[in-house]
Design a protein around this ligand. Structure first.
Ligand SMILES: NC(=O)c1ccc[n+]([C@@H]2O[C@H](COP(=O)([O-])OP(=O)(O)OC[C@H]3O[C@@H](n4cnc5c(N)ncnc54)[C@H](O)[C@@H]3O)[C@@H](O)[C@H]2O)c1
Length: 311
């Protein structure tokens, strides 16, 4: 069992990972500034470090705790925010990650896993679903920052200092995703339907995404932690779902009859996205276990409980 430092462990994906790392018997430290994350998401068995990635002294923290693996999930995770404020986005996502990389290097931690974004680093795809060798042409500052960190990691790997793993996630959904973040469309739709406000669809709704359930993302992380093989891996289903179809699926599950309000398309939003996770299937036997309909059926009761009016 390893001692793991998980950044972003108070957030959506990080909190599911925290539960899973503890359940697998690892010793866990969670680092989170709580800028969007919530303290109650952190499981009691984890040691909590309430600090920003950019705070001084991270190297000493890693060394004193004997950290062996760093799982880096802290980020400004909102694409639209990155378009409006690329400097703040780069501060958290590039400089914050660089602080962590340098701390790992100085503390002699070689195993760093980075949560990247298969939904943004490739940009508009030429092939569907795309593999890791597809050209990378991000169309948002958020995607640029993710790709920049991947390249810093590759550079320090080439220098022999790190053995990084990069997981390029598709659109992750599941319980605890924050609908206020404007990033998790399933959470946003669920909140709107359950609170009786008609959701907006930006553009014509034909844009597609690859939706992967958070439990499958957790399984991918556990597989890499158990069998560390440096490299970049897509984590997605290869299945495209349009926003219009997603809207209809969530509305049906929640018995909502609201018609969508259409709004102008959003800058930097891709037309289509889907990821081929064959590399991770071949290396670690990973495959998504939940089809989208099943994952939604597992997720929506959480939002029903959270937002449905009390009788
Ligand atoms: N949700 C998705 O669909 C998706 C897809 C691709 C990649 N990712 C990546 O996965 C990771 C987790 O995403 P999420 O959806 O759980 O986001 P989230 O916003 O729920 O979690 C991010 C966490 O990081 C913390 N944080 C942010 N900036 C910090 C800083 N400077 N120092 C310390 N803590 C900080 C926040 O408080 C929060 O708890 C992020 O790196 C994100 O970019 C997410």
């Amino acid at each position: 069992m390893a001692t793991i430092l998980l950044t972003g462990g108070a957030g959506f994906i990080g909190s599911h990972l925290a539960d899973a790392f503890l359940a697998a018997g690892h010793r866990l430290l969670v680092l989170d500034s709580l800028v969007t994350g919530r303290r109650e998401n952190i499981p009691p068995g984890a040691e909590f470090l309430h600090r920003d990635l950019r705070d001084e002294g991270l190297e000493e923290v890693l060394a004193a705790a004997g950290v062996e693996i760093v799982s880096h999930h802290a980020a400004q995770a909102n694409v639209r925010v990155s378009v409006d404020d690329p400097i703040a986005d780069a501060g958290a996502n590039i400089l914050g990650s660089l602080r962590l990389i340098m701390a790992c290097r100085r503390a002699g931690v070689r195993k760093l896993l980075f949560a990247s974004s298969g939904g943004t680093v490739y940009g508009e795809q030429e092939s569907f679903p795309c593999t890791e060798s597809h050209p990378t042409r991000p169309t948002s500052p958020y995607g640029c920052a993710k790709l920049a960190v991947e390249q810093y990691l590759a550079a320090y790997a080439a220098l022999g200092d790190l053995e990084p793993v990069v997981l390029r996630y598709a659109n992750v959904y599941g319980a605890r995703q924050d609908p206020k973040g404007e990033a998790g469309i399933v959470a946003i739709l669920a909140e709107k339907f359950l609170t009786g406000s008609p959701p907006r669809i930006f553009g014509d709704g034909a844009q597609t995404r690859d939706y992967v359930h958070v439990s499958d993302v957790v399984a991918a992380n556990l597989a890499l932690v158990d069998d560390w093989r440096p490299g970049a891996y897509n984590v997605g289903t290869g299945v495209e779902t349009s926003l219009n179809d997603l809207y209809a699926l969530v509305a049906r599950e929640l018995d909502a009859a609201t018609e969508p309000v259409h709004a102008p398309p959003v800058a930097a939003e891709l037309a289509r996205n889907s990821l081929d996770a064959g590399k991770l299937a071949r290396s670690h036997g990973w495959a998504p276990r939940l089809a989208f309909a099943e994952g939604l059926a597992r997720t929506l009761p959480y939002y029903r409980e959270k937002f449905a009016p009390r009788a």
